[in-house]
Design a protein around this ligand. Structure first.
Ligand SMILES: [Mg+2]
Ligand SMILES: [Zn+2]
Length: 161
């Protein structure tokens, strides 16, 4: 089986100022040394998988295509560090507009990823900046790691096996 580090996006991969949704390239500011930090985790044998709520899609503020455009920017940036994301899972729904099964803190996106990539939850982690991310981790059976918002992933490598 594989082991994985699941990563929240806003506040972990990129800055989350909390005042607006991040969907424009100019607002997509990566956290400190993101490429270097992810390389260390990848070299420890972890698959890297992003798990993100993008409720602004349901709210009509931006489209899934714009989410994918930023995914492309992220992958392009990471390529220079030799870092590959196994997948990016995004929930485009919002509770104001109806229920779905995937929006965090529900664990479905992580469960889908674990099934697809044959991931052992006991050896895996979910890194997030909100209590709801830690709930998600618990529901998926992986270890939650709460990080300071926008502070980056420094120190995570020491916390994982
Ligand atoms: Mg976040
Ligand atoms: Zn959803």
């Amino acid at each position: 089986m594989n082991k994985a580090i699941f990563l929240d996006r806003d506040g972990v991969i990129n800055d989350d100022e909390g005042r607006y949704y991040v969907f424009r390239k100019e607002d997509f500011k990566l956290t400190p040394q993101l490429g270097e930090q992810l390389k260390v985790l990848q070299d420890k044998g972890y698959l890297l998988i992003v798990i993100t709520n993008q409720g602004g899609v349901a709210r009509g503020e931006y489209t899934l295509a714009e989410v994918e455009m930023l995914n492309g920017e992220l992958r392009k940036y990471l390529q220079a560090f030799g870092v590959k994301l196994a997948e990016v899972y995004a929930c485009p729904h919002h509770t104001d507009y109806g229920k779905c099964l995937c929006r965090k803190p529900q664990p479905l996106m992580i469960q889908k990823a674990m099934a697809r990539f044959n991931v052992d939850p006991a050896q895996s982690y979910f890194v997030g900046d909100r209590d709801s991310d830690m709930q998600t981790a618990g529901a998926a059976g992986v270890t939650g790691i709460l990080v300071e918002r926008n502070a980056g992933l420094k120190g995570i490598a020491a916390l994982v096996k």
